[in-house]
Design a protein around this ligand. Sequence first.
Ligand code: FBP
Length: 338
Amino acid sequence: MHSGTTLTQFIIEEQRHIAGATGDFTALLNDVVTAIKTISNAVNKGALIGVMGSLDTENVQGETQKKLDVITNDIMIRNNEWAGHLAGMASEEMDNVYSIPTKYPLGKYLLVFDPLDGSSNVDINISVGTIFSILRAPVPNRAAAKEDFLQPGVKQICAGYALYGSSTMLVLTTGHGVNGFTLDRDIGEFILTHEDMRIPADTKEFAINASNQRFWEAPVQRYVAECLEGKTGPRERDFNMRWIASMVAEVHRILTRGGIFMYPRDTRDPSKAGKLRLMYEANPMSFIVEQAGGKASTGYERILDVEPTDLHQRVPVILGSKNEVDVVVGYHSAPKAE
Ligand code: FBP
């Protein structure tokens, strides 16, 4: 049975313990949550409101945009631009920083988001999500420039994701652990249902897109090969594999029962350090994973310590159960086989 505690109540009570809290952050989060509820409705209604399918436009990543990519991006913008909490926004679906229209006041926070994660799954009714991260604006109440966003993940003050699955959930951290809330559509409120989520340190479940195997680097080749050898191999236990192609769903599974998720660097395009984006995929998910007792690495360094150089930069991602991440990271620093 759930606590009946609403997300709004939970955040207000949490903020009471923060010296100097003004209520601004709570109000900003409330606007983000309103956007997420609106997106949940659109995703849930799908073909009923004609939002399935692709557009013939491409985003800055060079990906064909889904109708819902653009619609969800707009919903995030419209719900967060007016209230005076933000100095700027940045999104997977927009080339440049979104400047707050001059008719609205400027605030002290920056909002970075992936409005529809896993969008390749939206037309086939598999779980998708929204990922967001909140940073402080280096200069409050001044229109933010791109450089203002380029802060390492350790600077995040809040990170969260919404999962539009069999139920709509919101999982977030403000640096005091990780909590999950389920949307009660009857009252239109997120209710605390998953308190203090913790990732088990060990796991027998790995997630990677195996179709890219021939492009992986040696440490990941070795790790996955050993998992596949199972009991007969050096790991002396069998592993199971999962791949949903929605990072939000993979991370939620890991927060719920453990596991390791990898989208490593590969040799397909040497100019790209990976597929997933640092600012609005890797950083928010790494903050959540670490706050739940897990680990998140590029294979070579802690993701939250990566110094961003661009809004849309990509990084290798290896995250989840800490002892398993340690194994993969260990293989990256092991001397190369002759
Ligand atoms: P977007 O859908 O936001 O572009 O996110 C990227 C993503 O879909 C992740 O959610 C997922 O983990 C990965 O790409 C799937 O990649 P692939 O299609 O190579 O399996």
